[in-house]
Design a protein. Structure first.
Length: 630
């Protein structure tokens, strides 16, 4: 059973702590020198799958009673207008403003044509003693409704597509990743460095996206593969400084610091679809070329259990200049020595991250942190396009300040644990270990309309509850998450119906959105009294997205009124697999899995058309993979 618990702990820690100096598991190769110790190793992960996938979509556009009346009125008006053109009436009434317009075959001049039809109808109404303005307006509205109904009717479709496929999956860590790590320590363990390199196949394609000077015809995957090696999670130097109350740590460079991070993630990312990670519970410190500092209470001091950290990372700041056509003319980084760029301290602090926590061994850990962020054009911490929609809607740097995160970890079922990293299990006293974590993410938004432009964690509240444990008598290890969020959404990413049709909500008219879901996984050791190296696992997850809205949307290039808009998405996934472990926490696995996705959308546009969209996707496949440490 000790092997089982050790394996479970190692698997849970592998993804997040492969290169952290706190993880002693991987220090298998050490060279002792006169100035300190150097440890090194390598690891690799690769997952391949092949299977069958099928998608189907159906779009319907049914005219309402209002729409039917508008189509009838528009048809009658157009018939009368065409008759008037043919018999010369239009020419005779030209002095009153009547014009002769022929509708182009591609209807590119429909607006001009509709205006001419409405004008003629108004002239005829005035000649009969009616109201020319009212009649012209009514016919013009009918013509607009006719065009919308006709266009939407033209989008109606019922399509199905299926194919066999092969892929490197899952997407996390690019599906195929090989890494090398090396760490150095002085003899007193007070100073050191951590460094790792990663090689992955997809880095090749990332390179191609950024090599704008090279044409597709010049692509040579073998030659360009040399760009597929890059610095991984760690490239930092650090030092520890002690005093009677606390220990201070200072680090420089690229790093992922995980003292307060959530710890319940995946098991080699075998689960399918939307599986939550450690960062969904509580985010790690993550800088590219930053400065990091922390203080940790010493064991025998009044500050025992206290921990605080802070980091600042100017590497995410860029000075981006474009010409009048929107073409990029300069792209200068705050860390590019050739550009000689400096940035205001205010913008730099917007990438600040700081946290504080307190641990009572054997009971709980509580924590909170601020994660700085902004939607300013200079912020390129993740990707330039991340906040493009919000910027285009007129939002700026002071409309969003990042988020606050809060978390609590219950350690009462982990023996005398000071954290999940140190379970301190006594199998006689604690035969069944369990960790429970809960995290909340609360955005700092000063313009409430901004919440319409991101459906998930960044502008709306979000919570995630995780659990991990081992059951001794069943030789079972398990984990799972329950999560949810609520707020406003633009819906653009949910309503891509093809044919150029998507619903982009107008500023201030975002949909009310609720998202929730769960994932779970369990592994049973099927040779518990032998080497305990063969497991059968079952994983699955489900999530739902529900949205409702009334307001304005941009569809087909026009701002349209939408009412009773309802959207639902359901995603299911399940996997059954067999896993063989060997040589500590190395393993291979193979399984059978399936994903199912259902989406429905319905709403009324301009009170004229009841639009509905239904999509289904399913995938059955066989994943096989391996993860190795040396």
């Amino acid at each position: 059973m000790k092997k089982l618990i050790a394996a479970a702990s190692a698997l849970a820690l592998t993804a997040g702590l492969a290169f952290a100096e706190t993880n002693e598991t991987l220090k298998a190769h050490t060279l002792q020198t006169s100035v300190g110790d150097i440890s090194f190793g390598a690891w690799g992960r690769s997952t391949f799958e092949f299977g069958h996938q099928k998608t189907s979509t159906k779009i319907t556009a049914d005219t309402t009673a209002t729409g039917d009346a508008a189509i009838t009125a528009a048809t009658e008006a157009m018939t009368a207008y065409e008759t008037a053109k043919a018999n010369g009436t239009i020419s005779a009434l030209s002095a009153y403003g009547a014009t002769s317009v022929d509708l182009a075959s591609d209807q590119s001049n429909y607006t001009e044509y509709a205006t001419a039809v409405a004008t003629y109808a108004g002239i005829i109404a005035a000649g009969s003693g009616g109201d020319a303005t009212a009649t012209g307006t009514a016919v013009g509205n009918a013509m607009t409704a006719y065009a919308l109904a006709t266009t939407l009717k033209g989008l109606e479709s019922d399509t199905t597509d299926s194919s066999n496929y092969a892929a490197l999956e899952p997407d996390w860590s690019y599906g195929n990743r090989i890494g090398f790590w090396i760490i150095g320590r002085t003899p007193d363990q007070k100073f050191g460095f951590d460094f790792n390199l990663d090689a992955d196949g997809r880095a090749l394609f990332v390179h191609k996206l950024h090599d704008s000077a090279e044409s597709t015809a010049d692509t040579n995957y073998n030659e360009d593969g040399k760009y597929a090696v890059a610095i991984g999670d760690q490239a930092k130097m650090w030092g520890l400084f002690d005093n009677p109350l606390f220990q201070t740590k200072v680090a420089f460079g690229r790093m992922r610091e995980q003292e307060l991070r959530g710890t319940i993630g995946d098991w080699g990312q075998r689960e399918s679809s939307d599986v939550k990670s450690e960062d969904d519970i509580f985010q790690e410190i993550w800088t590219a070329t930053g400065l990091f500092a922390s203080v940790k209470g010493t064991e025998d001091s009044p500050l025992n259990g206290f921990y605080a950290n802070a980091s600042i990372d100017p590497a995410g700041l860029f000075d981006i200049t474009t010409d009048s056509s929107g073409n990029l003319t300069s792209f200068n980084s705050a860390t590019d020595a050739d550009s000689d760029k400096s940035y205001s301290l205010y913008k730099a602090v917007r990438n600040f991250q700081g946290g504080v926590g307190y641990t009572l061994p054997g009971l709980f850990q509580v924590k909170a942190q601020y994660w700085g962020d902004s939607i300013d054009t200079s912020n390129y911490r993740y990707s330039y396009n991340k906040y493009a929609t919000a910027r285009a809607a007129g939002f700026g740097i002071n409309d969003y300040y990042g988020r606050m995160e809060f978390g609590i970890d219950w350690l009462g079922f982990m023996g005398g644990a000071t954290s999940f990293l140190d379970p301190n299990l006594d199998l006689e006293k604690t035969p069944n270990a369990n960790l429970i974590e809960l995290g909340f993410k609360v955005p700092i938004v000063t313009d409430e309309d901004l919440r319409d432009y991101d459906p998930e964690k960044f502008y709306n509240w979000y919570a995630c509850l995780g659990t991990w444990g081992v059951v001794e008598k069943g030789f079972i290890q398990y984990k799972g998450h329950i999560w949810g969020g609520q707020g406003g959404s633009n819906l653009a990413q949910y309503t891509d119906m093809g044919n150029g049709m998507s619903l982009t909500m107008a500023k201030g008219d975002g949909a009310n959105i609720i998202m929730a879901g769960f994932d779970l996984a369990a592994e049973v050791c099927i040779n518990p009294f032998g080497k305990q190296n063969l497991f059968v696992g079952l994983s699955g997850n489900y999530n739902i997205t529900n949205a409702t809205a009334d307001g304005k949307v941009n569809a087909l290039g026009n701002d349209l009124n939408v009412s009773d808009l309802k959207l639902q998405q359901h995603n299911f996934a399940a996997e059954l697999y067999v896993k063989k472990t060997f040589a500590a926490n190395n393993f291979m696995f193979a399984g059978i899995a399936g994903n199912w996705s259902l989406q429905s959308l319905e709403g009324t546009l301009e009170s004229v058309v009841d639009l509905s969209y239904n999509a289904k996707a399913q995938k059955f496949y066989m994943p096989i993979g391996v993860e190795l440490f040396f």
